[in-house]
Write a protein that binds this ligand. Sequence first.
Ligand SMILES: *Cc1c(COP(=O)(O)O)cnc(C)c1O
Length: 570
Amino acid sequence: MSLLENYITEPKIAYFSMEIGLKNNIPTYSGGLGVLAGDTVKSAADLCLPFVAVTLMSHKGYFRQEIDKNGHQSEHPVIWDPADFMQLAPEQVTVTIEGREVHIQAWVYFVKSPRGESVPVMYLDSDIKGNSKEDRILTDHLYGGDESYRIKQEVILGIGGVRMLRKLGFKVKKYHMNEGHAAFLTLELLHKFKKDIESVWDESHIWNKEAVKDLCVFTTHTPVEAGHDKFSYELYEKVFRDYFPVDILKTLAGEKNVNMTLLGFNLSNHVNGVAKKHGEVSQNMFPGYKINAITNGVHSYTWTSKSMKKLFDKYLPGWANEPEIFVRIGSIPDEEIWAAHMKQKTELIDYVNSLTESNMDYDTLTIGFARRATAYKRADLLFSDLKRLKKIASGKVQFIYSGKAHPKDGPGKELIANIFSYRDKLKDSIKIAFLPNYNMDIALKLVSGVDIWLNTPLRPLEASGTSGMKAAHNGVVNFSVLDGWWIEGHIEGFTGWSIGPAATEVKPNNNMNKIDAEDLYMKLEKTIIPLYYNDRKNWIRMMQNAIGKNAYYFNSHRMMRRYVTEAYIR
Ligand SMILES: *Cc1c(COP(=O)(O)O)cnc(C)c1O
């Protein structure tokens, strides 16, 4: 029987994402967007949805991060072999790039659900004999290279992806674009639905936009302007030649440049942001479009630590495929939740001590902060006033950091170096560790092993944020700026704590640093530290609420059910 025979019998939802993070040793992801895509595919498999995913191979991964003793990041290729996990699909397709025919193959990985279902993920790969040297490296580096490298990758993903599915015999009932990177697929679909030229009165009417819109769903993931891919028409014409007329494209992707988000918006009947607030902010950025909101979630089974899994299996059987069962969290005895947490915490502290010289201990309140190192996430907000931090936290709190900066993000790299220098300055009073090479394995260790998960983005730039949802699955309480998902998940002193005022702005206000830092220090000193050390019973109550209220809702099973009813079958 052929590799995909069982998968082409029924029309599928085809999910396109530049990065997909399924597990640590398939390093084709950089951060939140990719991990969300991986969680999406896993939930699709668990929920037995007719689903196929398309992504790029990224032979060299995003990068492996090394950091020297001064906090300077260097980037190295990840070494791995797709053949360890995947099989080659039996067909190849071609796309045309700068007039050259580029051959594309696909590696297939099957995401298997414990329920027996599986979802194929296609990793498109241009590293084939017969392609020119410059084309063979197009699927090497995730988010690497220049604009020209990026647009060519997006030709492979969008156009190559549609052709590959068709050639393999897949029928597609919806194309879901996870961010703008895949939006060129709409042009390939316009070609497919081209009307008969004899029956229309002028050439612009041969493009059947309505047919394409009916097939497409678009999710936007960032309110940061630079996060939306844009290419010049000059570059477009150089790469695409006469594939699709520029005058028509300008009506779909913008006059000034090819804006991949606009292209997706204009050719999708369903468009959504990834949290309620992000829906509003996106609406403000793109007036004239109806932008819905489907708040993200994380895959419960993936993001629950071993000891919590054991506990949930004992008291809440079925939780992994029905996270609503967390509503019964109160049936787990306090001591057992605490013991499961301490087991994870001990493992994390041992791990941190084995990698760093921080000499952390098990009984100190431990705060974790790990995410992409980029300016708006404000990883250094905690260090706004070192004297004050010292007074509040000496001997009472220890901190663990981790995160990669994009190779071209200078300010992001500086953030890492700054944390190293604060660590050194404070070394006699506060223990601070930075774990290099943040990845999915380290993420799980951190979100389950700390006591508090800290997040300090500049409002309203955190579209959703997902690591806090992972923390909640492990009874780790969130302490975060009210942005993204936390606006929906936060109940003060019940599920966690806020930092700074309620989110009202739709544009960033850089004067917030002082106000937010003040609130952070105040709550840490007056509320969080005393509760942790003096009122363990109520601390455990908050851990239960994190699970029973936050994990109960912010999981990808709930998210996928909403995509089905609000986007896929409408
Ligand atoms: C979950 C995750 C992220 C996203 O975290 P945010 O809180 O959304 O920034 C990034 N990187 C890795 C490795 C993750 O597991």
